[in-house]
Write a protein that binds this ligand. Structure first.
Ligand SMILES: Cc1ncc(COP(=O)(O)O)c(C=O)c1O
Length: 392
């Protein structure tokens, strides 16, 4: 028998998991707090990474889950009125021109559908993506993201930040070969430590791509539903994408869902030549939760987004006043907040110390990433930032 010390730790025995704070054994989550198996309470400035945008265990969504009396399941080839209702709601909230929705189980599947639509519609097989981006864990999504070369299944050219006028020129050079099906990117790159593209780049990208027959996919899986201070991050710019992916905060975490929103002509291509069958895409319970959540967001949109702006200003002011060992770069749009402390080991150490003192934030290389609930109250925001300040 092996000595106890080299026995696999329990979490490694059956489950495959990589990255992150796996030492936190979650038992409960309420509002802005996560509780662990040792009874510890943490202020959550990660919120499931852009999932619980309005706090955990929201009573209205909890009630909806418990009261759900619809069908267990609807076969994807039937029709179902709540599917149409949710599609209508999403289209009503989304940027102009996106008029139809494909059902998906989550963000990666939505991204796959976008890649499929782009390839079918243009007859091309190549993509352009931002260097080191992340778009999900399926093979197509990994290929356009930072996946290992060994799993790359579509050909991708990488556009290196900063995303400015010069990047637009570099993109044009690549597009001139007229073999790129689509450019895919996050309008504000949460996965690149809140990388904020310049206005010249974003306002120019769609006309430039269209000049060379290339489509534009905006991945709003993380930024969607208010995170950056607009309902969708695209709205910070004058940009009308051909396709948009959403997931995460659409249900606030109470159920799983994803969607690809497309223009009419792309919807027709997918219906004619594609495959949009998804066994668990838009499960009836998830649809019910998403409808309740989106109706609430729609009704409270202006108040919520104003609160995001105010809270964002508070975070930024506090962060600027903190004594970091080296002047950090603070990048913030709404409550997507990145503090680049320019030292990966230091960022990891600070995040760990915060964790022991009851604050969860996400270290991404040299960046401390904060994604608090969009309706976090001032007292909780202050308590969390006080912990961070004490841990520097
Ligand atoms: C920008 C972006 N796109 C796509 C995905 C994949 O979404 P999912 O994990 O729901 O498949 C993620 C996940 O973090 C993401 O951040």
């Amino acid at each position: 028998m092996q000595p106890a010390a080299s026995m696999p730790r329990p979490r490694k025995r059956f489950l495959v998991q990589n990255g992150g704070n796996a030492e936190i054994e979650v038992t409960r989550a309420r509002g802005n707090y996560v509780y662990d198996a040792r009874g510890r309470k943490y202020i959550d400035f990660i919120m499931g990474w852009c999932v619980g945008n309005f706090g955990w265990a929201r009573p209205a969504l909890r009630r909806r889950v418990h009261a759900f009396d619809g069908p267990d399941y609807v076969y994807p080839n039937y029709t179902y009125e709540p599917w149409r209702e949710l599609a209508r709601l999403l289209v009503g909230l989304a940027p102009n021109g996106l008029s139809r929705c494909c059902r998906a189980t989550g963000g990666s599947e939505a991204v796959e559908l976008a890649l499929q639509a782009a390839m079918l519609h243009t007859g091309r097989r190549k993509f352009v993506a931002i260097e080191d981006a992340y778009h999900g864990n399926t093979l197509g999504a990994l290929s356009v993201g930072d996946g290992d070369d060994a799993v790359r299944v579509v050909s991708v050219a990488r556009l290196k930040p900063p995303l400015d006028g010069d990047a637009l020129d570099r993109l044009e050079t690549r597009l001139k070969r007229r073999d790129v099906a689509a450019v895919i990117m996050e309008p504000i790159a949460m996965n690149l430590g809140v990388l904020i593209p310049g206005t010249e780049f974003m306002d120019g990208i769609v006309p430039l791509c269209h000049r060379y027959g290339t489509l534009v996919v905006m991945d709003e899986v993380a930024t969607g539903f208010g995170r950056t201070g607009k309902l969708f991050a695209c709205e910070h710019y004058d940009v009308q994408p051909d396709m948009m992916t959403i997931a995460k905060a659409a249900t606030g975490g109470a159920a799983g869902i994803g969607a690809l929103l497309v223009r009419d002509d792309l919807a027709e291509t997918l219906e004619r030549d594609g495959n949009v069958y998804s066994t668990y895409g838009w499960h009836p319970l998830s649809v019910d939760v998403a409808i309740a959540n989106l109706l609430w967001i729609k009704r409270n949109q202006r108040r919520l987004l104003r609160q995001v702006d105010r809270t964002s200003a508070y975070f930024v002011k506090r962060l600027h006043a903190m004594a970091f060992p080296e002047e950090p770069e603070i990048r913030a749009r709404g409550l997507a907040i990145a503090v680049d402390v320019r030292d990966e080991t230091y960022a990891e150490r600070v995040a760990k110390k915060c964790r022991t003192r009851g604050l969860l934030l996400d270290p991404q290389e040299s960046v401390l990433l904060m994604l608090p609930a969009l309706n976090v109250d001032r007292a909780t925001a202050r308590d969390g930032l006080d912990i961070l300040e004490a841990c520097l």
